[in-house]
Write a protein that binds this ligand. Structure first.
Ligand code: COI
Length: 342
């Protein structure tokens, strides 16, 4: 397992040893600045540092949203990005909620293309199992002490080759004494604060042997909401693909795509409230889904002294994982038109 890798280019990397989080210094990132109601043309920045005013809004009031995406070296030798149109839609919705500017889809996609092209030798080879993770993010960069929307925003896209997030099936624990997001708060927005809120519960859970936390709804602590960094999906005994309907969970691009693939496979897809106590024991399979984790099988969920175990190996989730990965690597056709060639 690599923790930090420095190379002259991607060619020297041991792709098979990458995990999600290995630090790799690439050839640089893309940076656009918004001022006076307009985005600039953007530039490629080689050094992995950003110079920003000490009073920038993001440092004090947390205007920060991001996306997570992946680019793949496909079987035909081309490099493609997975479903960035949906990420743009989600980032735009998040920007509106956080009082930040939006940008045209063309600008968002062009920035991704630019960063991938500048780092082509860091796109892991076809068949390696790894991918190039893309992290578009926007922060309030204008200096101000009073609370309010920023006078300037910086949008950046950074890329890093990644391997698996968890690596294998994981046991989860329910967080009883912290909430992830309030019912009418910003749980549906991919804003930095939602992830900061998970750091303490997740570190404690990890020490107790649980790499992943499950949050229930903040109002009643009754309905399933979200895992630490990813959506919750269950496969029921009657092969229903079930995922929570809640205004405070993230609208996962991976989950939406998996819903389509599940429907293509003949599964019924349901989005509804999931009563933890009444239902979880009956689930056949449970998975955590998102760009980073792809589909990580959850082998069990512990709540207090009760443990709910799920079927291993996870037959349906494994089929969905294989299907999604085959589309991403070009081993199978892309019936929904998700892949965009750079
Ligand atoms: C992703 O899965 O892409 C995310 O943004 C979650 C992050 C904690 C890695």
């Amino acid at each position: 397992m690599l923790r930090k890798e420095q190379t002259v280019g991607g060619a020297g990397l041991d792709w098979g040893k990458l995990v999600f989080g290995t630090r790799v210094d690439t050839h640089g990132f893309i940076k656009h600045v918004w001022r006076d109601g307009q985005w600039d043309e953007g530039e490629m920045v080689e050094e992995p540092y950003v110079k920003m005013h000490v009073l920038a809004n993001v440092f004090h009031y947390g205007q920060a949203i991001f996306e997570g995406q992946k680019a793949f070296h496909c079987k035909d030798g081309k490099v493609r990005i997975f479903n960035d149109r949906m990420n743009h839609v989600r980032m735009s919705r998040g920007a509106e909620r956080m009082g930040m500017p939006t940008m045209p889809a063309e600008m968002f996609q062009a920035a991704l293309t630019r960063v991938v092209k500048a780092n082509l030798d860091f796109v892991p080879p076809y068949g390696s199992g790894a991918s190039l993770y893309l992290r578009p993010f926007m922060v309030g960069s204008g200096p101000q002490l009073g609370l309010g929307a920023s006078s300037e925003y910086t949008f950046m896209v950074v890329a890093s080759p990644v391997g698996p997030y968890y690596g294998s099936a994981v046991p989860a624990t329910v967080v009883e004494d912290y909430d992830r997001a309030a019912p009418m708060g910003v749980g549906a927005v991919k804003c930095a604060g939602n992830y900061a809120a998970d750091i303490v519960p997740a570190a404690r859970a990890k020490k107790q042997g649980f790499p992943i936390c499950l949050y229930l709804d903040a109002k009643e602590h009754r309905y399933v909401e979200e895992f630490s960094t990813s959506n919750f999906v269950a496969i029921t005994k009657s092969n229903v693909y079930l995922t929570p309907d809640s205004q405070s969970v993230l609208d996962s691009v991976t989950n939406s795509c998996l819903e389509k693939l599940a429907a293509d496979m003949g599964l019924t897809v349901e989005r509804r409230r999931i009563d933890f106590d009444a239902e979880v024991a009956s689930f056949k399979e449970v998975g955590a889904v998102g760009t980073g984790v792809v589909i990580t099988v959850v082998q069990s969920i512990q709540q207090g002294d009760k443990v709910h175990n799920f079927e291993q190996p996870s037959e349906v989730l494994t089929k969905l994982y294989n299907k999604l990965r085959a589309i991403q690597t070009g081993d199978e056709p892309d019936p929904h038109g998700w892949m965009r060639e750079v």
